[in-house]
Design a protein around this ligand. Structure first.
Ligand code: S3P
Length: 434
């Protein structure tokens, strides 16, 4: 329960260049897809964070040899059917992505696996994955509440046509992983298009998988022979977003973020910044699989915004930051159709409302979102903020603190290591006092 003092208003603004760490979603997938492939997969710019460690350790427990160095990870693929029965329960830590994607891989094995997680993960819904997978023949037992711990008994998997009830890339990816091990093809139809890293990477590794023009329908043929590849992980736009917002809301700032993932299923935050009239420009770079490029942003006069359900998947993890942008904008903003926020690492509608409320932001909680009144100056009620054990809430509050000249403290700051262990070092490198 580490408590730290947050940086207050930097009078000279934020200046400089940041290479944010590797994308979390892509790092998880590179480990998993590398593991089920034949031969070696080399992952460059892998994200060393607690969540990705959870995936790496679980795969090691399943008998996959993984070499690590500061800049690279090498996965020695075991191919489908190559996993070994784990001797201990698999520890998912705080990671929803590890849990849900791994479920899709484990359903087709010939052994039983036990999955458990930390206090926060053990409250999160797992039936959204277990139910579609069980329609494919999987045997998954969760608690009465549909949460971890779970027991997965390997079984024969059948391909199906399935329409998913929640817009979730984790659920979609689990079904795709199961479909690769099925005895016939599968078609998945999403509620709304979600991040497509699994599809892009599987195609690169040789899977027979197509996405239809609606971007929501994915056809998967069983493929037993994926081949290891070199994966260059771009910077995580969900990590870059903290500095995009910091530079936009702190006076006298100009920041360059290099080599950031610009996959269109993830760039909702850029669309929001554009709609709020922020000053930024994006330079795309040549690529063969995942889009990436540089983003330069400077202090902006922001206008209010209305976010609706269709906007949500491409900025799901950035919504706490959108609330902060709105708190600094001119006028009243609204976020709707975002009930998914209630089942993240914390109930992010509740934690954002509570913590920004402490800073004097006028913010009202809705069942599926928030109404936020923008203000130039906030009237701080208390100097003790709390991440509630949620990495993205912790980092959003550290950025919010830059708008104030008060002494503010963040409780449970250690949670930030879940996705961005070097966050405070990177933030400090940008701060200028004049
Ligand atoms: C992720 C998908 C999203 C996102 C999470 C990572 C992924 O979750 O919030 O941080 O890597 O597939 P949902 O699938 O639950 O929306």
């Amino acid at each position: 329960m580490e408590k730290i003092k947050l940086n207050a208003f930097p009078t000279g603004g934020l200046h400089g260049t940041i290479n944010v760490p590797g994308d979390k979603s892509i790092s998880h997938r590179a480990l998993m897809i590398g593991a089920i492939s034949e031969g070696q997969t080399v992952i460059n710019h892998f994200l060393w964070s607690q969540d990705c460690r959870s995936t790496l350790n679980a795969l090691r427990q399943l008998g996959v040899v993984i070499e690590e160095s500061a800049t690279q990870v090498i996965v020695h693929g075991v191919g489908f059917g190559g996993f070994k029965a784990p001797e201990q329960p698999l520890d998912m830590g705080n990671s929803g992505t590890t849990t849900r994607l791994l479920m899709g891989l484990l359903v087709g094995t010939n052994f039983t696996s036990n999955l458990r997680g930390d206090g926060s993960l053990s409250k999160r819904p797992m039936n959204r994955v277990a139910v579609p997978l069980s329609k494919m023949g999987a045997e998954i037992e969760t608690t009465k509440l549909g949460t971890l711990p779970a027991i997965i008994k390997g079984s024969k998997i059948h391909g199906i046509d399935i329409r998913l009830q929640v817009a979730s890339a984790q659920v979609k990816s689990a079904v795709i992983f199961a479909a690769l091990q099925a005895d016939n093809p599968t078609t998945v139809i999403e509620k709304l298009p979600t991040r497509n890293h699994t599809e892009l990477m599987l195609r690169k590794f040789g899977a027979d998988l197509t996405t239809e023009s609606d971007q929501k329908t994915i056809n998967i043929k069983p493929s037993a022979n994926l081949r290891g590849q070199v994966v260059n992980v771009p910077g995580d736009i969900s990590s870059a977003a903290f500095f995009l917002v910091a530079a936009a809301i702190v006076p006298n700032s100009k920041v360059l973020l290099k080599n950031v993932s610009l996959n269109p299923t993830r760039t909702g935050i850029l669309k929001v910044l554009e709609r709020m009239e922020a000053n930024f420009k994006v330079v795309y770079k040549e690529n063969t699989d995942e889009c990436y490029g540089d983003i330069e942003i400077s202090t902006s006069n922001l206008t209010s915004i209305r976010i609706t359900e269709n906007d949500i998947p491409a900025l799901i993890d950035e919504l706490p930051l959108v609330a902060l942008l709105a708190a600094c904008a001119e006028g009243v903003s609204e976020i709707r159709g975002a009930a998914e926020l209630r089942v993240k690492e914390t109930d992010r509608i509740a934690t954002v409302t509570q913590e920004l409320g402490k800073l004097g932001v006028l913010i009202t909680e809705l069942s599926d979102g928030m109404i936020i009144h923008g203000r130039k100056n906030w009237k701080i009620n208390t100097n003790e903020l709390n991440s509630h054990g949620d990495h993205r809430i912790g980092m959003m509050l550290a950025v919010a603190a830059l708008r104030t000249d008060q002494e503010l403290y963040l409780n449970d700051a250690a949670a930030i290591a879940v996705s961005y262990p070097s966050f405070f070092a990177d933030l400090k490198s940008l701060l200028r006092r004049s």
